[in-house]
Design a binder for this molecule. Structure first.
Ligand code: ZN
Length: 505
C-alpha cells in the first residue's frame, strides 16, 4: 500500500469514528439532561430516545464498513511507532469493535431503555425506602447483564466480560487478588483506630452552612484547581457525577446539605478531579475513541487525588481554611485548622459509601464487588438481597443498616447495570501510587499547596495522565507515569502515615 493510500484510509476511518463519537456525545447530552433538569414526566420518552440512539450508535460501531476500514487500517499502521496516536487509535477502536460486534442491537437498546426506566424507579424506591418496587427492575438488569456477558464471552468468570470493559486488561481474579491482599490490612487499621474514634470531633462540620456560600466556595476551589468554567459547568443533582461531550464541554454536578459542609465541598472537589482529567485530554484525540479517561479506576484515581490527597490534606487547609472561616462568619471561629483537618478525616464505619472516610471506603467497595458477582452468578437472589446486604455490612464494617434506603438501595448503579464498582477502590490505590510519584518529582508540593498553588501538580497530571486519554491501557499508563506496576503498597503506606498522625497508632 502506498503512503498516500494509507493516509487516505486513516482519514476515512477517523471520519467514520468521529461521527460515532458525535452520536455518543448526543447520548451524553440527553443523559446529562435526564439527570439534571428533565421533568419526571419525561422519563418514558427519554428512555425511548436513548434506546433509539444507543441502537444507532451500536449499528454504526458494528457496521461492515467500519469493520473493513479497521482491518485495512491495522495493516496501514503496523509499521508506525507503537506510541503514536494513530497506532493506538486503530488498536483501541478495533478492540472495541470486536467486543461490540458480538452484542445484538436489540439487546443494546433494551439495556438502554431498561436503565432509563429503572433509574426513575430507583429514585422513588430509595426516597420511599421501598425495595419491593425496585426488585423487579434489579432482576431485569441481572437478566440483561447475563445475556450481555453470554454474548461477549468470558474464559473464567461471567463477570470478566464486564470488568474488561471498565478496566481494560483486568479480570475478576486479578481484582480479587488485589482486594484480598488489601482487605485484612484495612480491617486491621479500622480496628486499631476504633478505640480512639471519639478523640476526633467532627461536630464542627455539622453546623449550619449557608448553601449559596457553599456553592461559591465549591466553584472557587474547583477553579483554583484548574477546572475551566468556560469549558464546564456545575449543577445540582441527587447523585453527583461528571459527564463529557468532548474536552471543551465537561460538566459536573454536586449536592448540598446545609448541615454537613463536606457533602458539597468535597463532592465538588471530587467531580472536579474527573472534570480536570477530561478537560486535559489532548486536543488531537478528543474527537476520537481515544478522547476519554482510560478506565473507571484511573478516572477515579484522579477524582480521589484532588478530593483526598489534596483536599483532605493539612497543607491545603492551611491555605484554604481562613477562606472558609471568612465565608461563614461566626460559624467556625472557635475551631483551629488542625481540629478542622482532623474532623474532615475522622474514621468511623458508616452505612453510606459516598460519605465514607478514606480508611473504610475500600471496604464498602469490596462488599459491592463481591455482591455484584453474587447477583450475576445467582448465589445471591434478588429476593434475599437486602438481607444478604445487611449481613455483608456486618461482615465488612461491623454495622447493620436499619433501612434498605440506607442499605442496598443507596447506590444509583444497579439501576443501570453492573461491573463498575471495583474502579472506586482501584482508584484509591492508583491515586496513592501517582501521588508518591508526583511528590518524588516535586518534593516541595506540600509547600505549594500551602500557598494555594496547584499548577505544578496539574501540569504533572496533564503530561503523565490526562493528555493520553485512552491511548495507553491502564497498566501501561500506570507503569509509564509512576515507573512501576500497579501496587497497593503506596496506598497502605499513605493510610498508615496519615491516620497514624491523626490517631495515636
Ligand atoms: Zn468519582
Amino acid at each position: 500500500m502506498s503512503e498516500s493510500a494509507g493516509i487516505g484510509l486513516l482519514d476515512e476511518l477517523k471520519r467514520e469514528l468521529s461521527e460515532i463519537v458525535d452520536i455518543n456525545r448526543a447520548i451524553n447530552v440527553l443523559d446529562w439532561d435526564q439527570n439534571t433538569y428533565m421533568p419526571p414526566g419525561g422519563s418514558t420518552g427519554r428512555a425511548d430516545s436513548l434506546a433509539t440512539l444507543q441502537g444507532i450508535l451500536h449499528a454504526r460501531y458494528t457496521s461492515a464498513k467500519l469493520g473493513e476500514l479497521l482491518n485495512r487500517a491495522q495493516d496501514a499502521v503496523a509499521g508506525l511507532d507503537p506510541d503514536s496516536d494513530d497506532f493506538n487509535l486503530v488498536r483501541v477502536a478495533k478492540r472495541y469493535y470486536d467486543r461490540q460486534v458480538r452484542i445484538p442491537e436489540d439487546l443494546v437498546s433494551e439495556i438502554a431503555r431498561t436503565g432509563a426506566l429503572a433509574y426513575a424507579v430507583w429514585v422513588a424506591a430509595r426516597r420511599n425506602n421501598d425495595y419491593a418496587s425496585f426488585a423487579p427492575w434489579l432482576q431485569k438488569n441481572i437478566d440483561l447483564a447475563r445475556r450481555l456477558t453470554d454474548h461477549i464471552g468470558y474464559s473464567e468468570h461471567r463477570f470478566d466480560a464486564l470488568v474488561e470493559e471498565a478496566e481494560p486488561g483486568m479480570t475478576t481474579a486479578s481484582v480479587r487478588a488485589i482486594f484480598s491482599e488489601l482487605r485484612p490490612q484495612l480491617v486491621n487499621l479500622v480496628q486499631a483506630i476504633a478505640p480512639q474514634v471519639d478523640t476526633v470531633d467532627d461536630s464542627p462540620l455539622r453546623r449550619t452552612f449557608d448553601e449559596a456560600t457553599q456553592e461559591r466556595l465549591g466553584r472557587e476551589v474547583s477553579a483554583r484547581f484548574g477546572y475551566d468554567y468556560t469549558r464546564g459547568r456545575l449543577d445540582r443533582t441527587t447523585h453527583p457525577f461528571e459527564i463529557t461531550f468532548g474536552r471543551d464541554d465537561v460538566r459536573i454536578t454536586t449536592r448540598y446539605d446545609k448541615n454537613f459542609l463536606p457533602m458539597a465541598l468535597m463532592g465538588t472537589m471530587h467531580e472536579s478531579g474527573h472534570g480536570l482529567y477530561e478537560q486535559g485530554i489532548a486536543p488531537a484525540i478528543t474527537h476520537t475513541p481515544l478522547g476519554h479517561g482510560v478506565s473507571h479506576g484511573v478516572h477515579e484515581s484522579q477524582s480521589r487525588l484532588w478530593e483526598n490527597y489534596v483536599g483532605r490534606s493539612l497543607p491545603f487547609w492551611q491555605y484554604f481554611y481562613p477562606v472558609v472561616q471568612d465565608a461563614f462568619p461566626g460559624v467556625l471561629g472557635d475551631v483551629d485548622v488542625r481540629s478542622f483537618y482532623r474532623a474532615l478525616n475522622k474514621v468511623h464505619p458508616s452505612l453510606i459509601r459516598v460519605e465514607a472516610d478514606e480508611v473504610t471506603y475500600g471496604l464498602h467497595i469490596m462488599l459491592r464487588f463481591e455482591f455484584e458477582i453474587g447477583l450475576l452468578d445467582g448465589t445471591i437472589s434478588v429476593k434475599d438481597a437486602p438481607e444478604a446486604w445487611n449481613a455483608a455490612m456486618g461482615d465488612y464494617l461491623g454495622i447493620t443498616p436499619s433501612t434498605d434506603a440506607l442499605g442496598i438501595l443507596q447506590d444509583v448503579h444497579w439501576s443501570g447495570g453492573f461491573g463498575g464498582f471495583q474502579g472506586y477502590a482501584l482508584g484509591n490505590i492508583i491515586a496513592a501510587q501517582v501521588w508518591e510519584s508526583v511528590l518524588k518529582a516535586h518534593p516541595d508540593l506540600p509547600d505549594q499547596l500551602r500557598q494555594g498553588q496547584f499548577s505544578t501538580l496539574l501540569d504533572w497530571l496533564h503530561t503523565n495522565i490526562y493528555h493520553h486519554g485512552r491511548k495507553f491501557d491502564p497498566a501501561d499508563l500506570i507503569q509509564r507515569a509512576t515507573g512501576a506496576p500497579l501496587s497497593s503498597e503506596p496506598y497502605m503506606r499513605y493510610l498508615r502515615n496519615k491516620f497514624g498522625g491523626i490517631y495515636t497508632l
